[in-house]
Design a binder for this molecule. Structure first.
Ligand code: AMP
Length: 283
């Protein structure tokens, strides 16, 4: 099967006929698909009989109208990409905003126990209300058994886990590793907007994160952050928004390392006015 829907009611009826016999995996995306997205689809196809992929640039999660307007949209080529590489038992849901929001393009307000106030939440007002709103709506339409999210957006992954726990949504959330370009830059649909030179230079973001990982045992949190900022400031192409080291569970910026906690470094920078985020597991 290879089906494309733009209407949620038709999709719901179609899925109702297969849900009892087949496990359904779900991969939500905003399109402009790259190998990172395809790796999530791959994982879903391994784990499930049927994979539903949504392609929808969700307006309520953008705090910046220029970013929303410039976000790449290439539905036909996305559909072809999936058809040519992974067409087995695939259902694509690519709606217009009205099909999802019914003329009320607004976010619900969520409490994710403080996860929403850190990092991305602090710099992108309302972002996680928008993410929560669209993911909850999509979960209620698709009702998947398993749903796949990239660690590229690690804070989002933790927030989705909190969403399903707090709202008792019966779906298993699967986190998938970050896919990178050859120079280490985390794959992102926004990379298309970088000049070729900046795209090459942006490999330094992963180099710096790797440096933090290599020095994690011997340096303090404050020394690590100073090191990262110093290395980044050597290249004037990048404007730092935040560099944080936080524990994976609560995502609160760490002051000192505690035993038995897992830490990650998180970074957001602007390059060519494009916002890039990345993170790395430190221990
Ligand atoms: P997006 O289309 O950017 O909203 O991403 C859709 C899903 O793909 C999210 O769960 C992302 O975390 C995931 N994703 C995006 N980029 C990558 C990447 N480089 N590696 C792994 N997963 C990714």
């Amino acid at each position: 099967m290879f089906e494309v829907f733009d209407n949620k009611n038709l999709l719901i009826s179609y899925l109702d006929n297969i849900r009892s016999n087949h496990s359904i995996g779900f991969v939500p995306t905003m399109g402009a698909l790259h190998s990172g997205h395809l790796s999530l689809i791959n994982q879903s196809q391994k784990d499930n009989k049927v994979t539903v992929i949504s392609i929808f640039v969700n307006p309520t999660q953008f705090n910046n109208s220029t970013d929303l307007a410039l976000y790449p949209r290439m539905l036909d080529s996305d559909i072809n990409k999936i058809k040519n590489s992974r067409s087995e038992n695939i259902i694509i849901y690519a709606p217009e905003p009205e099909d999802i929001y019914e003329h009320n393009i607004k976010s619900k307000k969520y409490n994710f126990d403080g996860l929403e106030h850190q990092m991305e939440g602090a710099f992108r007002t309302g972002h996680f209300d928008g993410v929560g709103t669209i993911v909850e709506k999509l979960f209620r339409i698709v009702r998947p058994h398993n749903a796949y999210f990239g660690e590229k957006d690690f804070q989002q992954l933790q927030i989705i886990k909190k969403l399903v726990e707090k709202y008792h949504i019966p779906v298993n959330i699967v986190g998938c590793p970050i896919f990178r370009e050859e120079n280490g830059l985390a794959m992102s649909s926004r990379n298309e907007r970088l000049s070729p030179e900046t795209r090459t230079q942006s490999g330094i973001i992963f180099e710096i994160l790797t440096e933090l990982k290599n020095n994690f045992e011997t340096m303090t949190i404050s020394q690590l952050k100073t090191l990262a900022k110093k290395l980044l400031s050597k290249n004037s192409v990048f404007e730092l928004e935040y560099l944080e080291i936080a524990d994976e569970e609560r995502l609160k910026p760490a002051i000192r390392k505690m035993k038995h906690k897992n830490y990650r470094a998180f970074v957001a920078v602007f390059a060519d006015s494009v916002r890039l985020i990345d993170n790395i597991k430190l221990n």
